[in-house]
Design a protein around this ligand. Sequence first.
Ligand SMILES: *[C@@H]1O[C@H](CO)[C@@H](O)[C@H](O)[C@H]1NC(C)=O
Length: 306
Amino acid sequence: MAGVGMVAAGAGVLCWRWGLTAVSFGFHSGLSAVLARRSDGVPRWLPACRQKASISFLSRPDLPKLAYKKLKGKSPGIIFIPGYISNMNGTKALAIEEFCKSLGHAYIRFDYSGVGNSDGNLQECTVGRWRQDVLSIIDELAEGPQILVGSSLGGWLMLHAAIARPQKVVALIGVAAAVDGLVTKFNQLPIEVKKEIEMKGVWSMPSKYSKDGVYHIQYSFIKEAEHHCLLHSPIPVNCPLRLLHGMEDDVVPWYTSIQVADRVVSTDVDVILRKHSDHRMKEKADIQLLVYSIDDLIDKLSTVVN
Ligand SMILES: *[C@@H]1O[C@H](CO)[C@@H](O)[C@H](O)[C@H]1NC(C)=O
């Protein structure tokens, strides 16, 4: 039996319940320790497991308002950076929130411009604008040192945030990090297909994760994204980095995480490959590994500080 159980509470709201079977984590000594610390009866945060309070908005001069949810708490804070056109309510985003609640750490999740409850027109969005969204969240909402958890496209943007805000970003976790993602995928297309997309101005990229089975990506989006590519040279990121990737990922090949590990200048880098996980990395075991990785980094950072 796993140590983490999931119960649905209210419409579409998932709450996490840490079982008291800490021992089932076995080698996950960090998390076992955390659980042990709390194993004095009913987990304290369970009563808080109710319908979530409403979302907040970050207003920015000349930029779209961003929808976010912020949990106050200890440092380091955790920020979840979603994937392409994903919103703040995904399985990973919610699981991390429950974990942060249980530990009392600060946590922020948000919707990109043009996505979810944020303002902005999706058609006008670019990797550069979403990068700016992440920086706005870090600059204007986050207090003190932060661990960024980036999923898919968010894994690309978290590296940019670490480069731009090296004082504040103290650790990174990539989940199926799509670094240079759409650009690499585009460049691998046959030359005549690329030509056709350039002429039409739009790339209809098949995807089983899209409702219509296809994402319509503007050619201009790809061209803009090229300016943000990172894998062609050393990546000036110096903080601890964990890269989790599923070997059955057919959207972003796991090799991307190896490339990131190779390019970053940080020496504290682990790549963890899960043989049977796909791009979403949202099975119970994936979430356990993610939460464990966050917990382990929090432990590590507190050891460095003391
Ligand atoms: C996310 O959940 C909140 C409730 O916690 C809800 O108000 C919001 O509309 C949801 N966002 C999306 C994009 O579904």
